[in-house]
Design a protein around this ligand. Structure first.
Ligand code: BES
Ligand code: MN
Ligand code: ZN
Length: 534
């Protein structure tokens, strides 16, 4: 999928004169489809099914340029004042008379802009999705999106968010695993969407913001696509070694500095907790360090840490068989960190960002860790492993100790950590845990701006009681009550030296059922967060 911008000096809707010249310029472009949004008030010009005398709305002007096509569409009942309703007009002979070269015009309803809920990003996302759906899967290959027509009665401050979101959704719509990984689907081939080019048209006044937003949106899509690929790949291919190589590949692709530590180096660091998980597998663990040096040399970095369990059987505390295949997604935290680092490098973000991925498999074997084993973490704290299926926290805790060396400005870990988080929040919000109000606010805001949302859950001292062990400093499970909270509490014991937030993405990283597949979340959230830290 390709995205671009096109700036027209007259592309403006602020006066009827500008509206007229702007529409005729747009219609004169060679495009498969021109996408225009209209408000309920534009349609009111056509009430009663007939074009009223002299009206000046967008649809009336368009009706004149298109030789009555709007009137006609309205008469047959194809135009609706409902938000996100759509109508496609196809080229007729009469269009040529006014120099129209566009093959189609897609009209999208903004709805009644006087209603309170009509003008927020949620409303915009519904509208954009409806429009994109119409562009997909047919004979449309390219389209021009007339950005100013979509502004929901608000000003330019939403423009960047709207454009990024549109690109994010277009990327989602175009993603096909079988095309990106042709070796995986032998007979049943995915068909590529013919719709591959989207151009955002705007005017001089918004040119700079528009171009920046398109570049950011494209980076988000690249990051999400990579995260989706890594998540969807089968666990016999996407091993810890594969993840290490994928990260290393980003040096050439985007200029990231990547270092991958192997078993010996992990042992030398004293990561006894991480190694206790890796022990049961024949596949060696890897510890990936990715750096984007976009800020000043001495500037404290933002550190992202992703859980990279390439398959979670539960270990000796074996999981039940049902849907166990989905535990290939237990590296989606890692995939989102790698994807975000890729996006960050593509955007040439002026910040120092470090991505850390501890990665291994959680397997049962003669060498596997037993329930009851006590291991020593890199921090020196001993851990009684009461359930080998609570392995995510065991690999993350050593990574969280490792990152102290960077003297980070903030650390955010991302993990498919607990089934309990799926029960608490479903598949809508990722769980957010932090005692730092600044981080909570920034991440909540970034979630709202990308519609990759989070919901805060508690992390207070009272819950730490559940992690007491009679034989070690801490137990790795806290029982069934508040399972996501006690998992976060466990991690918090290793994060005392810096500002920290934990994202539990167990419910949001992938979809099950017929639409089974990685979502690429929370790449949009993390990129939006990083963009705001400028
Ligand atoms: N990777 C799982 C969490 C998970 C399970 C995510 C299902 C998404 C869907 C994690 O390693 C795990 O097994 N957690 C256990 C913890 C328990 C043993 C305390 C869980 O959630 O059951
Ligand atoms: Mn597990
Ligand atoms: Zn797991």
């Amino acid at each position: 999928m390709q995205f671009s911008t096109k700036i027209f000096s007259q592309a403006d809707l602020r006066s009827s004169k500008l509206l007229k010249s702007s529409l005729s310029t747009l219609l004169s472009q060679n495009t498969d489809c021109l996408v225009l949004a209209y408000a309920k008030t534009d349609l009111d010009d056509f009430s009663g099914g007939k074009a009223a005398k002299v009206k000046s709305g967008l649809l009336s002007e368009l009706d004149r340029l298109l030789g009555g096509s709007i009137t006609h569409a309205n008469v047959v009942g194809d135009l609706d004042h409902q938000q996100a309703s759509t109508c496609i007009l196809r080229a007729e002979k009469s269009w040529a008379a006014s120099g129209v070269k566009a093959k189609r015009v897609l009209l999208v309803g903004l709805g009644d802009l006087s209603l309170a809920n009509a003008c927020n990003l949620h409303a915009y996302s519904k509208i954009a999705k409806a429009a994109l759906k119409n562009l997909s899967g047919g004979s449309i290959q390219n389209a021009i999106w007339f950005t100013p027509s979509f502004s929901l009665g608000h000003q330019a401050d939403f423009l960047a968010e709207e454009v990024r979101l549109t690109i994010q959704y277009a990327g989602d719509q175009a993603y096909r695993f079988g095309i990106r990984q042709p070796a995986m689907k032998f007979k049943a081939k995915d068909k590529a969407d013919p719709f591959t080019q989207l151009t955002f048209a705007g005017n001089e006044a918004c040119a700079k913001d528009l171009k920046a937003a398109v570049a950011e949106g494209m980076a988000i899509v690249e990051g999400m696509n990579l995260a989706k690929d890594l998540g969807n790949l089968p666990p016999n291919i996407c091993t810890p070694t594969y993840l290490g190589k994928a990260a290393q590949g980003l040096t050439k692709k985007a200029g990231l500095k990547v270092e991958v530590l192997g078993l010996k180096q992990i042992q030398a660091l004293g990561m006894g907790s991480f190694l206790s998980v890796a022990k049961g597998s024949d596949t060696p663990p890897q510890f990936i360090v990715m750096r984007h040096q976009g800020g000043k040399a001495g500037e404290a970095p933002i550190v992202l840490v992703g859980k990279g369990i390439t398959f979670d059987t539960g270990g000796i505390s074996l999981k039940p068989g049902e849907a166990m295949d989905e535990m290939k997604y237990d590296m989606c935290g890692a995939a989102s960190v790698i994807g975000t680092m890729y996006a960050t490098a593509l955007m040439k973000l002026k910040k120092n960002v470090i991505g850390i991925v501890p990665t291994c498999e959680n397997m049962p074997s003669g060498a596997a860790t037993r329930p009851g084993d006590i291991v020593k973490s890199m921090s020196g704290q001993t851990i009684e492993i009461l359930n080998t299926d609570a392995e995510g926290r065991l690999i993350l805790c050593d990574a969280l100790t490792y990152v102290e060396r960077f003297k980070p400005q903030a650390v955010i870990d991302v993990a498919t950590l607990t089934g309990a988080c799926v029960i608490a929040l479903g598949h809508v919000h990722s769980g957010l845990f932090s005692e730092d109000e600044g981080l909570v606010n920034a991440l909540t805001k970034a979630g709202k701006a990308s519609l990759d949302t989070v919901w805060r859950l508690p992390l207070d001292a009272a819950y730490h009681e559940q992690l007491k062990s009679n034989f070690a400093d801490v137990a790795n499970i806290g029982g069934r009550p508040a399972g996501s909270v006690t998992a976060a509490c466990f991690l918090s014991r290793f994060t005392e030296k810096y500002k920290w937030a934990h994202l539990d993405i167990a419910g949001t990283a992938w979809k099950s059922g017929a639409a089974k597949g990685s979502t690429g979340r929370p790449v949009p959230l993390l990129v939006n967060y990083l963009l705001e830290q400028k």
